[in-house]
Design a protein around this ligand. Structure first.
Ligand SMILES: Nc1nc2c(ncn2[C@@H]2O[C@H](COP(=O)(O)OP(=O)(O)OP(=O)(O)O)[C@@H](O)[C@H]2O)c(=O)[nH]1
Length: 391
Protein backbone atom coordinates (compact mmCIF):
# COMPACT_ATOMS: atom_id res chain seq x y z
CA UNK A 1 0.00 0.00 0.00
CA UNK A 2 1.38 3.35 -0.98
CA UNK A 3 2.33 5.20 2.17
CA UNK A 4 0.45 8.23 0.93
CA UNK A 5 -2.91 6.43 1.10
CA UNK A 6 -2.08 5.17 4.56
CA UNK A 7 -1.08 8.62 5.74
CA UNK A 8 -4.18 10.11 4.19
CA UNK A 9 -6.46 7.57 5.79
CA UNK A 10 -4.85 8.08 9.12
CA UNK A 11 -4.65 11.85 8.99
CA UNK A 12 -8.34 11.86 8.23
CA UNK A 13 -9.16 13.82 11.36
CA UNK A 14 -6.89 16.69 10.40
CA UNK A 15 -7.87 16.75 6.78
CA UNK A 16 -11.59 16.37 7.45
CA UNK A 17 -11.44 19.22 9.93
CA UNK A 18 -9.67 21.49 7.46
CA UNK A 19 -11.84 20.32 4.61
CA UNK A 20 -15.12 20.96 6.37
CA UNK A 21 -13.87 24.37 7.45
CA UNK A 22 -12.81 25.24 3.90
CA UNK A 23 -16.17 24.16 2.49
CA UNK A 24 -17.95 26.33 5.04
CA UNK A 25 -15.70 29.33 4.30
CA UNK A 26 -16.15 29.09 0.53
CA UNK A 27 -19.89 28.55 0.78
CA UNK A 28 -20.19 31.58 3.07
CA UNK A 29 -20.59 34.18 0.35
CA UNK A 30 -19.51 31.93 -2.50
CA UNK A 31 -21.35 31.69 -5.78
CA UNK A 32 -22.25 28.52 -7.58
CA UNK A 33 -20.94 28.39 -11.11
CA UNK A 34 -21.50 25.92 -13.87
CA UNK A 35 -18.48 24.04 -15.10
CA UNK A 36 -18.76 22.91 -18.67
CA UNK A 37 -16.27 21.39 -21.05
CA UNK A 38 -16.23 24.68 -22.96
CA UNK A 39 -15.63 26.66 -19.75
CA UNK A 40 -13.14 24.85 -17.62
CA UNK A 41 -12.26 26.00 -14.14
CA UNK A 42 -9.78 28.88 -14.26
CA UNK A 43 -6.25 27.84 -13.72
CA UNK A 44 -4.85 29.17 -10.48
CA UNK A 45 -2.06 31.62 -11.21
CA UNK A 46 1.05 29.98 -9.79
CA UNK A 47 3.82 31.95 -8.19
CA UNK A 48 7.04 31.61 -10.18
CA UNK A 49 7.84 27.91 -9.94
CA UNK A 50 11.31 27.62 -8.54
CA UNK A 51 12.29 23.98 -8.90
CA UNK A 52 13.50 22.80 -5.53
CA UNK A 53 15.25 19.56 -4.78
CA UNK A 54 13.38 17.20 -2.47
CA UNK A 55 14.69 14.09 -0.82
CA UNK A 56 13.77 10.97 -2.71
CA UNK A 57 11.47 9.01 -0.48
CA UNK A 58 10.45 5.63 -1.79
CA UNK A 59 7.39 3.74 -0.48
CA UNK A 60 9.62 1.38 1.39
CA UNK A 61 11.77 3.51 3.65
CA UNK A 62 15.38 3.30 2.72
CA UNK A 63 18.37 4.51 4.58
CA UNK A 64 20.78 7.00 3.11
CA UNK A 65 24.26 6.07 2.10
CA UNK A 66 26.92 6.42 4.78
CA UNK A 67 28.43 9.85 4.93
CA UNK A 68 31.48 11.22 6.71
CA UNK A 69 30.93 12.41 10.28
CA UNK A 70 32.64 15.69 9.60
CA UNK A 71 32.27 18.29 8.19
CA UNK A 72 29.24 19.60 10.04
CA UNK A 73 26.59 19.92 7.31
CA UNK A 74 24.09 17.10 7.68
CA UNK A 75 24.46 14.60 4.84
CA UNK A 76 21.57 14.62 2.46
CA UNK A 77 20.04 11.67 0.69
CA UNK A 78 20.14 11.41 -3.09
CA UNK A 79 18.04 14.18 -4.47
CA UNK A 80 15.53 14.31 -7.21
CA UNK A 81 14.08 17.35 -8.94
CA UNK A 82 10.61 18.26 -7.82
CA UNK A 83 8.05 17.30 -10.44
CA UNK A 84 6.36 20.34 -11.93
CA UNK A 85 2.79 20.54 -10.73
CA UNK A 86 0.26 20.15 -13.47
CA UNK A 87 -2.44 22.80 -13.69
CA UNK A 88 -5.17 22.13 -11.14
CA UNK A 89 -7.94 19.91 -12.44
CA UNK A 90 -11.28 21.41 -13.33
CA UNK A 91 -13.66 20.99 -10.44
CA UNK A 92 -16.97 19.31 -11.01
CA UNK A 93 -20.21 18.79 -9.18
CA UNK A 94 -18.85 15.48 -7.95
CA UNK A 95 -16.46 17.47 -5.74
CA UNK A 96 -17.05 17.83 -2.03
CA UNK A 97 -18.67 21.27 -1.83
CA UNK A 98 -22.11 20.90 -0.28
CA UNK A 99 -23.85 23.10 -2.84
CA UNK A 100 -21.88 21.46 -5.58
CA UNK A 101 -23.19 18.11 -4.49
CA UNK A 102 -26.75 19.34 -3.98
CA UNK A 103 -27.02 21.15 -7.25
CA UNK A 104 -25.03 18.85 -9.43
CA UNK A 105 -27.07 17.92 -12.46
CA UNK A 106 -26.28 15.40 -15.14
CA UNK A 107 -24.59 17.26 -17.95
CA UNK A 108 -24.21 20.45 -15.88
CA UNK A 109 -21.58 20.19 -13.17
CA UNK A 110 -21.19 23.07 -10.76
CA UNK A 111 -18.59 24.47 -8.42
CA UNK A 112 -18.84 27.07 -5.67
CA UNK A 113 -16.26 29.83 -5.72
CA UNK A 114 -15.75 32.74 -3.37
CA UNK A 115 -13.88 35.94 -4.03
CA UNK A 116 -10.70 36.08 -1.96
CA UNK A 117 -10.89 39.15 0.28
CA UNK A 118 -9.77 40.20 3.78
CA UNK A 119 -12.76 38.54 5.44
CA UNK A 120 -12.07 35.26 3.76
CA UNK A 121 -8.38 35.48 4.59
CA UNK A 122 -9.19 36.02 8.23
CA UNK A 123 -11.44 32.96 8.22
CA UNK A 124 -8.69 30.91 6.62
CA UNK A 125 -6.20 32.09 9.24
CA UNK A 126 -8.56 31.04 12.03
CA UNK A 127 -9.05 27.66 10.42
CA UNK A 128 -5.30 27.02 10.21
CA UNK A 129 -4.77 28.18 13.79
CA UNK A 130 -7.51 25.74 14.89
CA UNK A 131 -5.57 23.00 13.06
CA UNK A 132 -2.63 23.76 15.40
CA UNK A 133 -0.48 25.55 12.88
CA UNK A 134 0.26 28.35 15.32
CA UNK A 135 -0.56 32.02 14.78
CA UNK A 136 2.67 33.12 13.07
CA UNK A 137 2.76 30.20 10.66
CA UNK A 138 -0.96 30.46 9.88
CA UNK A 139 -0.56 34.16 9.06
CA UNK A 140 2.46 33.48 6.86
CA UNK A 141 0.78 30.64 5.00
CA UNK A 142 -2.38 32.61 4.27
CA UNK A 143 -0.45 35.75 3.31
CA UNK A 144 1.71 33.83 0.84
CA UNK A 145 -1.31 32.03 -0.50
CA UNK A 146 -3.16 35.33 -1.04
CA UNK A 147 -0.27 37.12 -2.74
CA UNK A 148 -1.43 38.27 -6.15
CA UNK A 149 -4.77 36.53 -5.75
CA UNK A 150 -6.91 39.07 -3.85
CA UNK A 151 -10.14 39.59 -5.80
CA UNK A 152 -9.91 36.21 -7.51
CA UNK A 153 -12.61 33.62 -7.17
CA UNK A 154 -11.45 30.39 -5.60
CA UNK A 155 -13.09 27.04 -4.96
CA UNK A 156 -12.37 24.73 -2.04
CA UNK A 157 -10.26 22.52 -4.27
CA UNK A 158 -8.22 25.47 -5.51
CA UNK A 159 -7.65 26.72 -1.96
CA UNK A 160 -6.55 23.24 -0.89
CA UNK A 161 -4.03 23.19 -3.72
CA UNK A 162 -2.67 26.60 -2.77
CA UNK A 163 -2.46 25.70 0.91
CA UNK A 164 -0.79 22.39 0.12
CA UNK A 165 1.73 24.26 -2.04
CA UNK A 166 2.59 26.66 0.79
CA UNK A 167 2.82 23.90 3.37
CA UNK A 168 5.06 21.84 1.09
CA UNK A 169 7.32 24.86 0.59
CA UNK A 170 7.75 25.22 4.37
CA UNK A 171 8.26 21.50 4.96
CA UNK A 172 10.65 20.65 2.12
CA UNK A 173 13.82 22.00 3.74
CA UNK A 174 13.26 19.94 6.91
CA UNK A 175 12.34 16.62 5.31
CA UNK A 176 15.59 14.72 5.78
CA UNK A 177 16.19 11.10 6.73
CA UNK A 178 18.36 10.46 9.74
CA UNK A 179 21.92 10.76 8.44
CA UNK A 180 24.09 7.68 8.63
CA UNK A 181 27.83 7.88 9.18
CA UNK A 182 30.65 5.41 8.63
CA UNK A 183 31.41 5.67 12.36
CA UNK A 184 30.92 2.41 14.26
CA UNK A 185 28.97 2.29 16.38
CA UNK A 186 27.00 5.34 15.35
CA UNK A 187 25.44 6.48 18.61
CA UNK A 188 21.85 7.70 18.50
CA UNK A 189 20.54 9.27 21.68
CA UNK A 190 16.74 9.28 21.82
CA UNK A 191 15.15 11.93 24.03
CA UNK A 192 11.61 13.13 24.70
CA UNK A 193 9.00 13.33 27.44
CA UNK A 194 7.50 10.15 28.87
CA UNK A 195 4.80 8.74 26.68
CA UNK A 196 5.89 10.62 23.55
CA UNK A 197 6.68 7.33 21.83
CA UNK A 198 10.44 6.96 22.37
CA UNK A 199 10.34 3.22 23.06
CA UNK A 200 8.05 2.51 20.13
CA UNK A 201 10.15 4.67 17.82
CA UNK A 202 13.37 2.97 18.89
CA UNK A 203 11.75 -0.41 18.14
CA UNK A 204 10.57 0.77 14.73
CA UNK A 205 13.95 2.33 13.88
CA UNK A 206 15.83 -0.77 15.01
CA UNK A 207 13.62 -2.92 12.81
CA UNK A 208 14.13 -0.67 9.76
CA UNK A 209 17.88 -0.37 10.20
CA UNK A 210 18.15 -4.11 10.68
CA UNK A 211 16.11 -4.72 7.55
CA UNK A 212 18.54 -2.40 5.77
CA UNK A 213 21.40 -4.69 6.80
CA UNK A 214 22.68 -2.78 9.81
CA UNK A 215 23.76 -4.38 13.03
CA UNK A 216 21.87 -2.64 15.82
CA UNK A 217 22.13 -2.62 19.61
CA UNK A 218 19.61 -0.92 21.92
CA UNK A 219 20.40 0.41 25.41
CA UNK A 220 17.47 0.79 27.81
CA UNK A 221 18.65 4.02 29.41
CA UNK A 222 15.48 4.81 31.35
CA UNK A 223 16.65 2.66 34.23
CA UNK A 224 14.20 4.18 36.68
CA UNK A 225 11.12 2.57 35.20
CA UNK A 226 11.08 -1.21 35.07
CA UNK A 227 8.02 -1.08 32.81
CA UNK A 228 9.87 1.08 30.29
CA UNK A 229 12.75 -1.41 30.20
CA UNK A 230 10.38 -4.37 29.73
CA UNK A 231 8.58 -2.53 26.94
CA UNK A 232 11.87 -1.88 25.18
CA UNK A 233 12.79 -5.55 25.49
CA UNK A 234 9.50 -6.48 23.81
CA UNK A 235 10.32 -4.12 20.94
CA UNK A 236 13.88 -5.43 20.75
CA UNK A 237 12.52 -8.98 20.42
CA UNK A 238 10.12 -7.88 17.71
CA UNK A 239 12.92 -6.20 15.81
CA UNK A 240 15.36 -9.05 16.48
CA UNK A 241 17.85 -6.69 18.11
CA UNK A 242 19.63 -7.12 21.48
CA UNK A 243 18.54 -4.80 24.28
CA UNK A 244 21.05 -3.99 27.01
CA UNK A 245 19.48 -3.37 30.38
CA UNK A 246 20.67 -2.53 33.88
CA UNK A 247 19.07 -3.11 37.28
CA UNK A 248 16.23 -0.73 38.16
CA UNK A 249 17.51 2.52 39.61
CA UNK A 250 21.09 2.06 38.42
CA UNK A 251 23.07 4.81 36.74
CA UNK A 252 21.96 5.29 33.10
CA UNK A 253 25.40 6.66 32.22
CA UNK A 254 27.06 3.47 33.39
CA UNK A 255 24.64 1.46 31.24
CA UNK A 256 25.46 3.73 28.28
CA UNK A 257 29.18 3.10 28.83
CA UNK A 258 28.63 -0.68 28.96
CA UNK A 259 26.48 -0.41 25.86
CA UNK A 260 29.28 1.41 24.02
CA UNK A 261 31.69 -1.37 24.99
CA UNK A 262 29.28 -4.10 23.91
CA UNK A 263 28.32 -2.36 20.66
CA UNK A 264 32.02 -1.89 19.88
CA UNK A 265 32.85 -5.51 20.67
CA UNK A 266 29.90 -6.75 18.59
CA UNK A 267 30.90 -4.56 15.64
CA UNK A 268 27.48 -2.90 15.76
CA UNK A 269 26.72 -0.21 13.21
CA UNK A 270 24.22 1.57 15.41
CA UNK A 271 23.65 1.98 19.11
CA UNK A 272 20.23 3.40 19.97
CA UNK A 273 20.10 4.74 23.52
CA UNK A 274 16.73 5.30 25.19
CA UNK A 275 16.65 7.97 27.90
CA UNK A 276 14.31 9.05 30.66
CA UNK A 277 11.78 11.77 29.93
CA UNK A 278 10.80 13.08 33.31
CA UNK A 279 10.54 16.81 32.94
CA UNK A 280 9.28 17.33 36.50
CA UNK A 281 12.84 17.82 37.63
CA UNK A 282 14.66 19.40 34.75
CA UNK A 283 17.92 19.88 36.61
CA UNK A 284 18.16 16.14 37.33
CA UNK A 285 17.26 15.21 33.79
CA UNK A 286 19.75 17.69 32.38
CA UNK A 287 22.47 16.29 34.62
CA UNK A 288 21.51 12.73 33.67
CA UNK A 289 21.67 13.45 29.94
CA UNK A 290 24.89 15.42 30.31
CA UNK A 291 26.45 12.52 32.22
CA UNK A 292 25.40 10.01 29.56
CA UNK A 293 27.04 12.22 26.91
CA UNK A 294 30.21 12.68 29.00
CA UNK A 295 30.55 8.97 29.54
CA UNK A 296 29.96 7.87 25.95
CA UNK A 297 32.48 10.48 24.83
CA UNK A 298 35.11 8.65 26.84
CA UNK A 299 34.70 5.91 24.24
CA UNK A 300 34.12 8.14 21.25
CA UNK A 301 34.56 11.88 21.48
CA UNK A 302 32.36 12.44 18.42
CA UNK A 303 29.34 10.71 20.02
CA UNK A 304 26.40 11.02 20.16
CA UNK A 305 26.16 11.32 16.39
CA UNK A 306 22.44 11.95 16.41
CA UNK A 307 20.17 13.21 19.16
CA UNK A 308 16.60 12.49 18.17
CA UNK A 309 13.76 14.28 19.90
CA UNK A 310 10.55 12.26 19.80
CA UNK A 311 7.40 14.37 19.92
CA UNK A 312 3.78 13.33 20.25
CA UNK A 313 1.67 15.10 17.61
CA UNK A 314 -1.44 14.90 19.77
CA UNK A 315 0.06 17.38 22.23
CA UNK A 316 -0.41 20.11 19.62
CA UNK A 317 1.23 23.44 20.38
CA UNK A 318 2.81 21.99 23.53
CA UNK A 319 5.35 20.39 21.21
CA UNK A 320 6.86 23.86 20.73
CA UNK A 321 7.82 24.17 24.38
CA UNK A 322 9.11 20.57 24.37
CA UNK A 323 11.50 21.43 21.54
CA UNK A 324 12.65 24.54 23.39
CA UNK A 325 13.20 22.59 26.60
CA UNK A 326 15.05 19.68 25.01
CA UNK A 327 17.22 22.01 22.96
CA UNK A 328 18.44 23.34 26.31
CA UNK A 329 18.92 19.84 27.73
CA UNK A 330 20.56 18.21 24.73
CA UNK A 331 21.98 19.02 21.33
CA UNK A 332 18.86 17.98 19.39
CA UNK A 333 19.79 17.09 15.81
CA UNK A 334 16.45 15.93 14.45
CA UNK A 335 12.81 15.21 15.19
CA UNK A 336 10.53 12.22 14.97
CA UNK A 337 6.84 13.04 15.24
CA UNK A 338 4.67 10.20 16.51
CA UNK A 339 0.91 9.58 16.66
CA UNK A 340 0.11 11.52 13.51
CA UNK A 341 -2.62 8.95 13.01
CA UNK A 342 -5.87 9.90 14.62
CA UNK A 343 -5.01 13.45 15.52
CA UNK A 344 -6.60 16.65 14.34
CA UNK A 345 -3.41 18.47 15.29
CA UNK A 346 -1.18 17.62 12.33
CA UNK A 347 -0.66 21.32 11.66
CA UNK A 348 1.82 21.38 14.55
CA UNK A 349 4.43 19.92 12.22
CA UNK A 350 4.17 22.93 9.94
CA UNK A 351 4.51 25.20 12.92
CA UNK A 352 7.61 23.32 14.15
CA UNK A 353 9.24 23.34 10.72
CA UNK A 354 8.56 27.05 10.29
CA UNK A 355 9.84 27.92 13.75
CA UNK A 356 12.84 25.68 14.36
CA UNK A 357 13.90 24.34 10.97
CA UNK A 358 15.07 21.10 12.63
CA UNK A 359 15.15 18.10 10.30
CA UNK A 360 12.08 15.87 10.55
CA UNK A 361 13.50 12.39 10.05
CA UNK A 362 10.39 10.29 10.31
CA UNK A 363 6.76 10.22 11.37
CA UNK A 364 4.88 7.60 13.34
CA UNK A 365 1.41 6.72 12.13
CA UNK A 366 0.51 3.76 14.29
CA UNK A 367 1.59 1.31 16.94
CA UNK A 368 2.89 -1.43 14.66
CA UNK A 369 6.55 -2.01 13.88
CA UNK A 370 6.26 -0.79 10.29
CA UNK A 371 4.27 2.33 11.21
CA UNK A 372 7.23 4.67 10.90
CA UNK A 373 7.87 6.41 7.61
CA UNK A 374 10.21 8.97 6.14
CA UNK A 375 8.68 12.41 6.11
CA UNK A 376 7.41 13.36 2.66
CA UNK A 377 6.36 17.03 2.54
CA UNK A 378 4.10 16.76 -0.49
CA UNK A 379 2.24 13.73 0.80
CA UNK A 380 1.95 15.32 4.20
CA UNK A 381 0.61 18.62 2.82
CA UNK A 382 -1.91 16.77 0.67
CA UNK A 383 -3.02 14.60 3.59
CA UNK A 384 -3.29 17.58 5.92
CA UNK A 385 -5.38 19.67 3.54
CA UNK A 386 -7.44 16.72 2.28
CA UNK A 387 -6.19 17.31 -1.25
CA UNK A 388 -6.85 14.51 -3.70
CA UNK A 389 -3.70 14.15 -5.74
CA UNK A 390 -3.70 10.46 -6.48
CA UNK A 391 -6.24 7.82 -7.23
N1 LIG B 1 -1.32 5.69 17.49
C1 LIG B 1 -0.02 5.73 17.72
N2 LIG B 1 0.45 5.39 18.93
C2 LIG B 1 1.77 5.43 19.15
C3 LIG B 1 2.68 5.84 18.15
N3 LIG B 1 3.91 5.82 18.70
C4 LIG B 1 3.78 5.38 19.97
N4 LIG B 1 2.48 5.14 20.25
C5 LIG B 1 1.87 4.70 21.52
O1 LIG B 1 2.12 5.67 22.52
C6 LIG B 1 2.27 5.07 23.78
C7 LIG B 1 3.57 5.54 24.43
O2 LIG B 1 4.64 5.09 23.61
P1 LIG B 1 6.05 4.68 24.21
O3 LIG B 1 6.88 4.28 23.07
O4 LIG B 1 5.91 3.75 25.35
O5 LIG B 1 6.50 6.08 24.75
P2 LIG B 1 7.79 6.47 25.61
O6 LIG B 1 8.16 7.86 25.21
O7 LIG B 1 8.83 5.44 25.50
O8 LIG B 1 7.17 6.50 27.03
P3 LIG B 1 7.82 6.06 28.42
O9 LIG B 1 8.16 4.61 28.30
O10 LIG B 1 6.72 6.35 29.37
O11 LIG B 1 9.03 6.93 28.58
C8 LIG B 1 2.22 3.57 23.55
O12 LIG B 1 0.92 3.12 23.85
C9 LIG B 1 2.48 3.44 22.05
O13 LIG B 1 1.86 2.30 21.49
C10 LIG B 1 2.15 6.24 16.87
O14 LIG B 1 2.86 6.65 15.93
N5 LIG B 1 0.79 6.15 16.72
Amino acid sequence: MAFFSKLKDRLFKSSSKLEQGLDAIVEDGGVEEAVTAAQPAPVIPQPDPEPQPVPELPDTPELPEPQPVDPTPAPMPPEAPQPVDPAPPAETGTGRGLLGRLFARPGGATVVRRTLDDDMLEQLEELLIAADMGVDTALRVTANMAEGRIGRKLSTQEIKELLAQEITRIMEPVARPMPLYPKRPQVVLVVGVNGSGKTTTIGKLASQFKAAGKKVVIAAGDTFRAAAVEQLQVWGDRAGVPVLTAPEGSDPASLAFDAMTRAGADGADLLLIDTAGRLQNRADLMEELAKIVRVIRKKDDTAPHNTLLVLDATTGQNAISQVETFQKLADVSGLVMTKLDGTAKGGILVSLADRFGLPIHAIGVGEQIDDLAPFDPQDFAAALTGLDTQA
